[in-house]
Ligand binder design. Structure first.
Ligand SMILES: *Cc1c(COP(=O)(O)O)cnc(C)c1O
Length: 357
C-alpha cells in the first residue's frame, strides 16, 4: 500500500520530525512494562529525562550558567501573566508587532502600567520597528518583544539593546530555529507546540537576578522561584510533552545543531519567497526586511482564488495553509521539522496554480 506524502504547514500545533513520531510510536506500544507515561514523575527514569531536556536546551542555545531553564505548564499565555507578576514593579514597555504581543500587553495591564510601543500597527504589522527608534522608557521594569510574529509573518533579525532594562522575549514560534545571543535577554519564553514538540509545556530561560525579584504577594505557583527550587518538578509536570521535547532536542543535535538548522531554515524560506516574488498572482504580506523564516504569509487577488488554491493544495497533500483570519490569504509555516522536500513540493504547486489561473 503506497501512501501519498502529506506535508503539514500548520502554524501550531505543528509538524514534528518523522523520526520522533516513529520513536514515540514504538516506545508507547503496550509491552506489559509500564511506559514513561505510567510511572511516577519522581522516578529516576523521568527525573533523568527532565534533566536531559533542560541540559540539551542549555547546550543547544548556549545558555550561560547565570540563567535558569524551566519547563512550565500553561502555554505561552500563562507567561503573558507570569512575566509581569514576577518582573514588573510599576511599569513595563511592550513593543506591539502583532496579535500575540497585543495579548501579552493586555495581560500585563492588570499588573501595572504598560507603555505600548506600536509603530507597526498602522501598516497592518508588515514590519518590525527599527530597533534604534524604539521609544523605550529607561525606568521600565523590562521591555517585551515577540521575536517572531506567527500570524503576520514578521521576525526580528537582530534584537534591541536595552542597556539596564531587561529584554523579555516571547520566542514561541522561532525558538531553536537559529542561534540567539542569550545574554542580550533577561527572560525568554516559548511554548513547545511550534518548534519543540507537542503542546503542554513552555520553556522559560530566566536570568538569576530576575528570579529573585519580589514586588507583590501572589500564589507561590506563579512565582518563578518556586519552580526553580524544584527543577520544574514542583507538581506533576507534563511528562509526555517533556519526553517528546527531549526527543526533538536530540533530533536537532543529530541534524547538526542550531547553525545547520538556521542555514536550512534560511534556504527553505528563500525558495518560497523567491517563488512568490517572481509571481504576478501572489502578494506577500510582510515587508522584505522583516520577513519571517518560520511563517510565510501571502494573498491572492480574490477569496474565490484563495479558496480554490487551498482546496487544490490540500488535495495535492499540502495541508494547513489557510492564513489566520486576521490576515486572510495563505500562511505556510516552515518550522524546523518541515523538510526541504515539503517546500519544493509547495513551490511547484504554487507555480502550477499560477500557470492554470
Ligand atoms: C502560539 C503562540 C502563542 C500562544 O501560545 P499558547 O501556548 O497557546 O498560550 C503565543 N505567542 C506566540 C508568538 C505564538 O506563536
Amino acid at each position: 500500500m503506497s501512501m501519498k506524502t502529506i506535508y503539514n504547514f500548520n502554524a501550531g500545533p505543528a509538524t514534528m520530525p518523522t523520526a520522533v513520531l516513529q520513536q514515540l510510536h514504538e516506545e508507547l506500544q503496550p509491552t506489559g512494562k509500564p511506559s514513561l507515561l505510567e510511572i511516577s514523575h519522581r522516578s529516576k527514569e523521568f527525573v533523568a529525562i527532565n534533566e536531559e531536556t533542560q541540559t540539551r536546551l542549555r547546550q543547544l542555545l548556549a545558555i550561560p550558567k547565570n540563567y535558569k531553564v524551566l519547563l512550565l505548564p500553561g502555554g505561552a499565555s500563562q507567561q503573558f501573566a507570569m512575566v509581569p507578576l514576577n518582573l514588573m514593579d510599576k511599569s513595563a514597555d511592550y513593543v506591539l508587532t502583532g496579535h500575540w504581543s497585543e495579548k501579552a500587553a493586555a495581560e500585563a495591564d492588570s499588573v501595572g502600567k504598560v507603555n505600548r510601543i506600536d509603530s507597526a500597527t498602522e501598516n497592518g504589522y508588515q514590519t518590525i520597528p527599527a530597533i534604534e527608534k524604539l521609544a523605550a522608557d529607561p525606568t521600565a521594569s523590562y521591555l517585551h518583544i515577540t521575536s517572531n510574529n506567527t500570524i503576520y509573518g514578521t521576525q526580528y533579525k537582530g534584537f534591541p539593546k536595552t542597556a539596564d532594562v531587561p529584554l523579555v522575549a516571547d520566542m514561541s514560534s522561532d525558538i531553536c530555529s537559529r542561534p540567539v545571543p542569550i545574554t542580550d535577554f533577561g527572560l525568554i519564553y516559548a511554548c513547545a507546540q511550534k518548534n519543540l514538540g507537542p503542546a503542554g509545556i513552555t520553556a522559560v530561560i530566566v536570568r538569576d537576578d530576575l528570579v529573585e525579584r519580589n514586588y507583590r504577594t501572589m500564589p507561590s505557583f506563579f512565582r518563578y522561584a518556586t519552580h526553580v527550587a524544584k527543577a520544574s518538578i514542583y507538581n506533576t509536570p507534563a511528562v509526555f510533552a517533556i519526553y517528546a521535547m527531549c526527543l526533538v532536542l536530540r533530533w536537532i543535535e543529530v541534524e547538526g545543531g542550531l547553525k545547520s538548522i538556521k542555514e536550512r531554515n534560511e534556504a527553505k524560506a528563500k525558495l518560497l519567497y523567491d517563488t512568490l516574488d517572481a509571481s504576478e498572482l501572489y502578494l506577500t504580506h510582510a515587508s522584505r526586511e522583516s520577513r519571517s523564516m518560520m511563517n510565510v504569509t501571502w494573498r491572492l487577488p480574490t477569496t474565490e482564488l484563495t479558496d480554490s488554491f487551498l482546496n487544490q493544495a490540500s488535495a495535492a497533500g499540502l495541508q494547513g495553509l489557510k492564513g489566520h483570519r486576521a490576515v486572510g490569504g495563505i500562511r505556510a509555516s516552515l518550522y524546523n521539522a518541515m523538510p526541504l522536500a515539503g517546500v519544493q513540493t509547495l513551490i511547484e504547486f504554487i507555480r502550477e496554480f499560477e500557470r492554470q489561473t
